[in-house]
Write a protein that binds this ligand. Structure first.
Ligand code: TXA
Ligand code: MG
Length: 345
């Protein structure tokens, strides 16, 4: 574990960063903080390094990785035909929680990193530790979220340790991440940009910048095959079944009472505003409903914390599908894997 204060100057010369970068150069894999979630990084040009990432996570080989860069000069080595719209998006949102899918230049990156696709997903993370580490390594860094596949993504070094200790060369601890949900993935290879995965940059922000934005139909229609391979897997799931309820706190309380009467230990995933209302065995608040960014920030930690309880079942509140609420509801729906219960009293 390398502990790094993200606010110090000239991180790129720090011994801990240099040491972690040396591991990357030696084709070892290292976890590091980004502004969204912790990533598990490896040299994107080396098949062996990329294979270690997939092995440590237990990730299916058909799910390509995002390539992380620290300066725009790295991009032209492995991406071609970058549209004007893509350039505007980069200028506006990089460094930051936006991933762009671009046409790939063949023969530069490990084929395993891109799962053999003709496109490549790229982002420049908005976290000083991530930028310094990539810069110090001098490499394009392939990095999925640093969790075991299927688990909630890690937003602290402790989460990474819990999942991957003993399977990777080290963890750079730069504190909790901040945004809390992963980057927005936008396909820039067509006529207009298309959202493949909602995330830290909102649809509204994208529309304001480049006008028309499409979305992968699979985001709202589960019978369609997602264009982002990772979106087809169940994800982020706590150990106990999670049911999302679209209804008032009183309606959720009624469901809690029914299950408790049947002898179950019942948990509620709520918000600061509502937590005083419920009577249940376990009550965990996930941020403030009045500021959805706080819900995003604590989402994965909250999902993980249910695993430390003896809950048999979890009922969760839903959130408006607007702003970062779109990413929050996308992740919650995947974590649940069950249809949303609509309940009116
Ligand atoms: O915020 C994030 O994006 C974090 C941090 C570590 O940067 N990374 C992350 O990576 O969430 P991962 O591997 O957990 O998710 C990457 C997503 C997957 O759904 C994958 O299928 C998709 O991006 N993806 C990667 N390359 C793609 C491509 N060429 N075309 C479409 N989707 C792609
Ligand atoms: Mg992930």
């Amino acid at each position: 574990m390398w502990t790094v204060d993200k606010d110090v100057d000239n991180l790129v010369t720090y011994p801990q960063i240099i040491e972690a970068a040396e591991k990357l150069k030696g084709n070892e894999v290292v976890a590091f903080p980004t502004e969204t979630v912790y990533g598990l990084g490896g040299n994107a040009k080396d098949d062996g390094a990329v294979a270690k990432i997939f092995a440590a996570k237990g990730r299916p080989g058909d799910n390509p990785l995002i390539i992380h860069i620290s300066n725009l000069g790295q991009l032209e080595h492995f991406a071609v035909n970058i549209s004007e719209t893509a350039q505007i998006l980069m200028e506006t949102f990089w460094p930051g929680p936006l991933t762009l899918v671009l046409e790939k230049r063949e023969g530069v990156l490990s084929e395993k990193a891109t799962a053999g696709l003709s496109t490549v997903a790229v982002r420049m993370p908005g976290h000083p530790v991530a930028l310094a580490l990539i810069e110090a390594s001098g490499l394009p860094i392939a990095a999925p979220s640093a969790n075991v596949s299927g688990k909630p993504s890690p937003t602290t070094a402790a989460h990474v340790h819990e999942d991957l200790d003993g399977r990777i060369a080290g963890i750079v601890d730069g504190g909790p991440t901040g945004v809390g949900v992963e980057s927005t993935v936008v396909d820039c290879t067509g006529k207009y940009p298309v959202i493949l995965r909602p995330g830290g940059i909102t649809r509204e922000q994208l529309e304001e910048t480049v006008g028309k934005i499409g979305e992968d139909p699979a985001l709202t229609d589960s019978s369609q095959v997602p264009k982002s391979p990772g979106m087809k897997y169940r994800h982020y799931a706590p150990d106990s079944p999670l049911y999302l309820v679209d209804g008032s706190a009183a309606a959720i309380q009624q469901l809690v009472d029914e299950k408790r009467a049947a002898g179950m230990k019942v948990a509620v995933m709520t918000t600061e505003e509502n937590k005083g209302f419920y009577r249940a065995d376990i009550i965990i608040a996930c941020g403030r409903r009045s500021k959805l960014e706080t819900v995003a920030e604590s989402l994965y930690d909250t999902l993980r914390s249910f695993n430390e309880t003896d809950a048999d079942i979890i009922f969760g509140e839903v959130f408006p599908v607007a702003g970062v609420g779109e990413a929050v509801m996308n992740r919650l729906t995947k974590a649940s894997g069950n249809p949303i219960i609509t309940k009116n009293l």
